[in-house]
Structure formats: C-alpha cells, structure tokens
Design a protein around this ligand. Structure first.
Ligand code: SAM
Length: 239
C-alpha cells in the first residue's frame, strides 16, 4: 500500500513514522508513505496557500489551486482520496478495515480555518476523527495511518487485532498481567483457572457489560450472537 499525505507540515510526522508498529511496518516495506508539500504548488515568492474568506469572518481559508495542483500531481485511477475535516463522516474501525484494502490512499490535511469547499468534490470522502477541532489535519491523518498500517498483513501477529475493541461492535474485555495480586487488588479468579471455556464466557460477558455501561450507543446497535444472548441471559438470571 502507498499512502500520500498532502500537508503544510511534513515535519510533524518524523517520530511517528519511525516508532513502534508503524515504524516496523514501514521498515519491512508493508507500506510506503510519501509527503507532498502543498506550499510547493503555490505561486510567487511568498507562496501563499491561503486567503481571506468570502463573506467575511475570522481566519484564513486554504485556496483551491495549490491544494488541487498538489493532489493532481499524485492522483491516479487507483487512488482513494480523503480530506481531513471536523465536518466529515466519523472515522471507525470498520473504515480502517476498508482502507487497509486500498492500493493508494491520499490524505489531505487542512489548516487555518479549513479549505475552500470546492476542493471537496475532488475527494472520495471527508473524514472526521472525532467531535472536536484540531489545529490541522496532520494528527487526524496520523490516526488514520496508524489504524490502517497495523491492519496490514505482517504488521502485527495474525488474528491479534480481531478481538480488539470495536472489531465486533463491542469494547474489549478488561485485560490483566502479572502479578496476580497488586496492591491488594486481585485478578479475577476465572483468569487463573486454566478453564478456557469459562474464560471465554467471562470475557464475552465483560465485553457486553462494559459496552452497555460505557457506550450504550454501541450496545443498542449491536446484534447479539446466540452465544452472547445465552451468556447475558444466564448472568441476568443470576443477578
Ligand atoms: N473551521 C473549521 C470548522 O469549523 O469545521 C475547522 C478548521 S480546523 C482549525 C483546521 C483543519 O484541521 C481542518 O481543515 C482539518 O483538516 C483539520 N481537523 C480539525 N479537526 C478535525 C477532526 N476532528 N477530524 C479531522 N480533521 C480535523
């Protein structure tokens, strides 16, 4: 997979690209990341990429020409183009899975008050990483790159992403490691029992209960499997 990032601040990615799973995946050649400096496409000595908004208002808006010339310099028929925007569709694990299948991702990072709205028609979608406003799209693009790169075959141990939060629409069950007792707080007995059927049942139940408590919106949407329904029913009968 190739990922092209259109940005005014490529230096923000330095550590990110060389650290942990992303760093190892790139070193192994599982993905290739390139940067396009949008300012290189702005004309004149001052290379202005922004201008004042029509209709008035505070701040500056990124102009069509430098962004679209930068985009056209890298876009091919196999490219999938996304604009980072707080007004985009909410990003999700399901979207990360979808993007991990793409041949070429182009991520466009806005700055200032955002970009001229006419640029939107040149992208496949606008994506938001959450209901808050960042200074620029760079952190959002790193979130997307991280979540996609770790899904590429060979990035992390096969299957280890499958049980993580959001993979099946639920939050992951709580995890514990050694020691079995810390500061007087014990790991649940079932996890030390060696009984794999009971451990599985406990994990499914905890995942359901945690999601119901912390993310009732996800729990409402989740269609219980037959196994989950049985475990929940048993728990409710015991309560
Ligand atoms: N005036 C814009 C608005 O109210 O929607 C906000 C612009 S923001 C300060 C500058 C840039 O940061 C945006 O163009 C976008 O690229 C990026 N950005 C900010 N918040 C984001 C979010 N939640 N998700 C994705 N990108 C975001």
């Amino acid at each position: 997979m190739k990922i092209t990032v259109l940005t005014l601040f490529p230096e923000m990615y330095e550590n990110f690209l060389h650290t942990s799973i992303v760093g190892r995946a790139l070193a192994r050649g599982l993905a290739e990341v390139e940067f396009v400096q949008i300012r290189d496409f702005a004309p004149g000595n001052y290379r202005h990429v922004d201008d004042t908004p029509f209709g008035g208002g505070s701040g500056m808006v990124m102009k069509c020409q430098p962004v679209l010339d930068a985009l056209n310099s890298v876009k091919t028929d196999s490219s999938y183009t996304m604009i980072m925007s707080p007004a985009g569709k909410p990003y999700s694990q399901a979207k990360a899975r979808e993007l991990a299948q793409k041949e070429h991702l182009i991520l466009i990072c806005g700055h200032y008050e955002g970009m001229d709205a006419r640029i939107n028609a040149h992208a496949d979608e606008l994506v938001s990483i959450g209901d808050y406003v960042l200074t620029g799209g760079e952190l959002a693009s790193m979130v997307i790159m991280d979540s996609v790169i770790r899904l590429l075959k060979g990035s992390i141990t096969e299957g280890s992403a499958d049980e993580e939060s959001h993979e099946n629409g639920l939050l992951e069950y709580p995890q514990y490691t050694h020691p079995a007792e810390y500061d007087g707080v014990k790991v649940p007995d079932v996890l030390l029992s060696g009984n794999h059927a009971k451990i599985r049942e406990w994990r499914i139940l905890q995942s359901l209960l945690l999601t119901k408590e912390v993310r009732p919106d996800l729990f409402e949407k989740h269609e219980l499997t037959a196994e989950e329904a049985k475990i929940l029913k048993k728990y409710e009968a015991e309560e």
